[in-house]
Write a protein of this length. Sequence first.
Length: 325
Amino acid sequence: MKDNSSATTIIRPVVLARRHTGVWLGLVGVAAFSFTVPFTKVAVAGLAPLFIGSGRAVVAAILAAFALALTRQRLPRSAQWGRLAVVAGGVVVGFPLLTSFALTTTPASHGAVVIALLPAATATAAVLRGHECPPLAFWLITGVGALAAIGFASMQSGGFGQLHWADVLLLGAVVAAAIGYAEGGLLARELGAWQTVSWALVLASPLMVLLVAVSVAQQPPSASPVQWAAFAYLGVVSMFLGFFAWYRGLAIGPMAQVSQVQLIQPVLSICWAALLLGEALTWTTIVGGVAVILCAGAAVRVRLRPAPALPAALHPTRSLQPAKD
């Protein structure tokens, strides 16, 4: 009896440490991503949105190819290529292109608030991908959060019924990123965090190179040093290095808990937009942002409430596994 109880005592700190590690890594990734919207807004002032959305992926793909070759990573299995295509479609193609086009006509702070739906969307994608059954309250609060974001976007655009295409593009970017995050977080447990994003970048690179060529043919890139620096950040950090920490955090999990860290992202993005771009923090932006963030946070927290009961029931089983090792 004493041996079993001591084993349980030893295992608890290990589990907690891993969870805290996942959250902290998620926080590092979110901090890196929080500059994406403001820097995209800077870049679109001198570069075509198609060039930004596809070019940043090409820059990241070059870095990914070098990293994979230098470390001699084995090719993913056949079934994993299809899942990598889902990741690539969400975070390499969908999110960068949609946000780049959206931010040509909308302020960065506005885009950040609409993207505040991402935590709840990621949790929803994780639930659907994991075939779980969350309580009805989860879906209700998620729906309220979606309505809050759409309502905010409508008021900012001049009233209900006047939702701009930029808002539709931003909401599409949220859906694309959520699917890519959920699938990537699961796949990172098999391939590794940086390997997952690297293979996704390499997989999407032929399409992105083609889009860059089309963009250059239509409008040769010409930008200021600041705009090129913003583009470089998007390619190196937002598209590549940031995912090292983010996918690793999601892989450690639990995914829904780590996704809560995303709630900080729109707040940081709005602050960066005010500091770097001089955008005004209006009461509409502040109230809308708080409403969407609260709804997203509530949805993720409802998702987590059943979780403590499961470890309590399975705790003796978990404590026996390390003893076998």
